[in-house]
Design a protein around this ligand. Structure first.
Ligand SMILES: NC(=O)c1ccc[n+]([C@@H]2O[C@H](COP(=O)([O-])OP(=O)(O)OC[C@H]3O[C@@H](n4cnc5c(N)ncnc54)[C@H](OP(=O)(O)O)[C@@H]3O)[C@@H](O)[C@H]2O)c1
Length: 267
C-alpha cells in the first residue's frame, strides 16, 4: 500500500521535531516536506539529527504544498495557522491542526472551506491520551454537576491564553451545559477580571509562570463536595506523538472540521 505523504509546518519546533521523528519511525507514512523559515533550504534530518531523513525544508507553505501531500500538519503559531490551513485545504490536502490558540471564528471559516473542498480537518488542542481521557471524564461530570471552573497552567513564554486544551474543553462542555454562576459577573464587587474569562459557558483562569510546562485542572463543585480532575505534562513533546500519528492516519476519513482526538477514537 502507498505510504501516506505528510507535510509538516513547524517541523523544527519543540512539538514538530518530535512528531517528525515519530513519522520517520512509522512504516506507513513519509514526510515529504517540512516548513521552517529559519532552516529553509536545508534537509530536515540534518536539522533535527536524523541522518537518514532526507525531507527538504521550505520557507513557505505555498512552496511546500507543491509536493502535493495527502496530509498537512500545522504545528507553528496561532497568528499564521489559519492561513496555512486554508492554503493546504485549497491544494487538496487533509489537515491536522496541533497549533493552539485559533479562535472559534477561525475554526468556523476553516470548517466552511473544508466542507466546500470536501476535505477533513482534525483540530486537537492536546494530542496526549491522558488529556483525551480528562476531556471524556469532564464531559461525564458536567452532565451531573452544574458548577465548574477551569484553570490552565503554562510557562511564562507561552503566547496564547487560554491554552488550546482549555479552549477545547470549554467548547466540549458548552455542548452539555453552561457552568452556573451563583454571583453573576456584573454583580462582582471588585475587578471582574479576578473571576477569569467566560469562555463558551466556562470560567477559565490562565496562569503563566516559569517552572510550568502545561497543566490543567477542572474543579467541579457541589455543596460540601468537590471533584478535581488534573492533567500534568512532563517536559518532552513525546506524549503528543502517538495521538498526532493517529490523527494523520484518520483525518482522510473526515469531511469538514472535527475538534478533539476522540472524534476518531473508540470508547
Ligand atoms: N496539540 C498539541 O498536542 C500540542 C502539543 C504541543 C504544542 N502545541 C502547540 O503547537 C504550536 C507549536 O508549539 P512549539 O512549542 O513546537 O513551538 P516552537 O518550538 O516555537 O516551534 C514553532 C515552529 O513553527 C515554525 N514557525 C513559527 N512561525 C512560523 C511562520 N510564521 N511560518 C512558518 N513556520 C513558522 C518555527 O520555525 P521558524 O521559526 O524557523 O519558522 C518552528 O519550526 C503551539 O501553538 C503550541 O501551543 C500543541
Amino acid at each position: 500500500m502507498a505510504k501516506l505523504s505528510v507535510c509538516l509546518a513547524g517541523a523544527t519546533g519543540w512539538a514538530g521535531s518530535e512528531l517528525a521523528r515519530g513519522v520517520f519511525e512509522t512504516t506507513d507514512m513519509e514526510l515529504v516536506a517540512a516548513i521552517s523559515r529559519s532552516q529553509a533550504g536545508r534537509i530536515l534530518g540534518e536539522v533535527i539529527g536524523i541522518e537518514e531523513l532526507a525531507t527538504p525544508v521550505f520557507a513557505s507553505v505555498e512552496e511546500a504544498l507543491k509536493t502535493d501531500p495527502d496530509v498537512f500538519v500545522e504545528f507553528t503559531k496561532p497568528d499564521v495557522a489559519k492561513q496555512h490551513v486554508l492554503a493546504a485545504l485549497k491544494s487538496g490536502a487533509h489537515v491536522v491542526i496541533g497549533t493552539s490558540g485559533l479562535s472559534n471564528e477561525a475554526y468556523q471559516e476553516i470548517d466552511e472551506v473544508a466542507l466546500d473542498v470536501k476535505r477533513g480537518v482534525l483540530a486537537v488542542g492536546n494530542f496526549a491520551l491522558t488529556v483525551v481521557l480528562l476531556q471524556k471524564f469532564a464531559e461525564m461530570a458536567a452532565k451531573y454537576i452544574p458548577h465548574w471552573e477551569i484553570i490552565d497552567y503554562a510557562n511564562s513564554n507561552k503566547v496564547d491564553a487560554p491554552s488550546g486544551t482549555a479552549r477545547e474543553l470549554a467548547d466540549r462542555l458548552s455542548k452539555i451545559q453552561e457552568s452556573q454562576l451563583d454571583v453573576h459577573l456584573e454583580e462582582i464587587e471588585g475587578p471582574k477580571e479576578s473571576r477569569g474569562v467566560r469562555l463558551q459557558g466556562s470560567q477559565v483562569h490562565s496562569i503563566r509562570l516559569p517552572g510550568y510546562v502545561i497543566s490543567l485542572d477542572i474543579v467541579f463543585g457541589m455543596p460540601d463536595q468537590k471533584l478535581i480532575l488534573r492533567h500534568e505534562s512532563g517536559s518532552s513533546a513525546k506524549p503528543y506523538v502517538n495521538g498526532a500519528l493517529l490523527a494523520i492516519r484518520e483525518v482522510g476519513k473526515l469531511v469538514g472540521l472535527q475538534r478533539g482526538l476522540d472524534r476518531v477514537m473508540e470508547f
